[in-house]
Write a new protein. Sequence first.
Length: 166
Amino acid sequence: MASLYQLTAEYQALLDLGDSADPEDQQAFLDTLEGLDFEVGLKADSYAAVISQLKGRTTTIKAEIDRLTSYLKAADTSIDRMEKALYNAMKTMDKTEIRTDLHTFKIVKNGGKAPLTIREDDVPAEYQRTVVTTVPDKTKIREALEAGENLPFAELGERGSHLVIK
């Protein structure tokens, strides 16, 4: 069976034959068109079967992703809870280090800069700066283009199309 690409090329060649004024060419055109439509239909049915199988697989994969995501979330929650319990126990016992044969546990200061809390209403002018940003007004640009204006800095693209299989 020919590929969809080949069938499309044959269909285009057939359309060129259809432009002929010769009655024999016209009859050949109609006969060939019917056969080609049948082949394209078979190929389309094959595509639909594969698409259907792939959609089934994606549904299964998505379900597995959801299952693993919930497992990951539960594991992360357990880790966080256990680390907090160990931290709180060490703080309660006023211990900053515990050594075992397998592990060493320490309570240490976080790295980086110290957290900063600002009461914005109380900040004097010398500790403030003004930031101005300009962004394109997409709504206004779209309206102008749809109204027929020619804007050298923007253009509307064409809407795409898609295949529906029922």
